[in-house]
Write a protein that binds this ligand. Sequence first.
Ligand SMILES: Cc1ncc(COP(=O)(O)O)c(C=O)c1O
Length: 395
Amino acid sequence: MPSRSSAPSSAPAAVEDTPIPLAQPSVTEHERDRVLEVLHSGRLSRGPHLDAFEAAMAERCGTEHAVAVSSGTGALHCIVSALDLNPGAEVLTTPFSFVASSNVLLYEDLRPRYVDIDPSTYNLDADRVADTITSETEAILAVDVFGVPADWPALTALADEHDLALIDDGCEAIGASVQEQAIGGWGDAASFGFYPNKQITTGEGGCITTDNETLARRCRSLRNQGRADDARMQHDRLGYNYRLDEMSAALGHAQLERLDTLLNRRASVAEMYREALAPLADDVARPAEPTDAERSWFVYVVRLHDHFADGARDQLMEHLQSEGIGCAPYFPPIHLQPYYRDRFGFAPGDFPVCEHVSARTLALPFYGSMTCAEVDRVAEAIAQTLPDLPRQTKA
Ligand SMILES: Cc1ncc(COP(=O)(O)O)c(C=O)c1O
């Protein structure tokens, strides 16, 4: 009788045993070849692939200029710095984002002034923004959270009316659009990020898009140590090394050529989730469909309904993780991060909508190559756990 150990070692692992990561990049053979060609060329920085990637980004976003840099944070930092806002000025922004969208303001001695979010889109609530503008406000920095565009028509009208700079943190939203205008083309400038969990990746990398020539020139200078122009050793301003290398630029350019395919694939996975989670709709809210905008699927974030008690989301995450299913609390409120609490004295209750949403949301595994079987396994694991989660006690 054959022993257990005689099972062929090449047998595929059962679907239920294989870990499902939170995110996974898609890199083709062709893209690997493009990177190898750069390595063979010997020109590894400040070469033709950077120019080609920037031209493709500008075309895709419908902007005059694109400036590629080494991260999404670097892109946002360059924009904030290039806008030349007054030190200490107030910038209205969202507490429901990745911490980088606020950190860049602190790098430039600006004051983040948080505005609570819309509970359905999770983006800045434009009506509240209007009510929060003061004589100290010099800019609005909005984020397209999870790839859903912020309310750009309303924010643009407010910025115009009050003469404010308008910054789009579009790091999660490449390929999204509002009123047929691509993300990247709204506001004074937009940032993109290409970390490996993003819709397209360069490993680490980012990009600024803008129609403003002065701003683009300053961003080019800031990414290259404040040089007056890239060729000379004259430094006009305090700059940084935010340059993007040629391997990353070549990869980014090839990924951008596939953006629509990559986005369609992610949209199909989102549709699989929508169907698989439909029977759980009384307990788990699926992502809302944006009205008047085209989203770009970045992450698949679900939310436990209000009848669950505090702590239920964390318990659900623990169970999923114990089953080998990647998940993450997206996003913890920025104002409650220890550094922000210590520095500014923020406390729970300051931005109640953000805090309520944040305590109940979680990102599920999401990437273009996810199979139906994997999506079903995630949905089953959630369904199994729901009956055990603590519920609010009736008053
Ligand atoms: C909304 C947002 N802003 C900024 C960033 C920063 O991008 P990077 O990690 O490339 O610096 C991210 C990255 O995840 C992000 O999601």
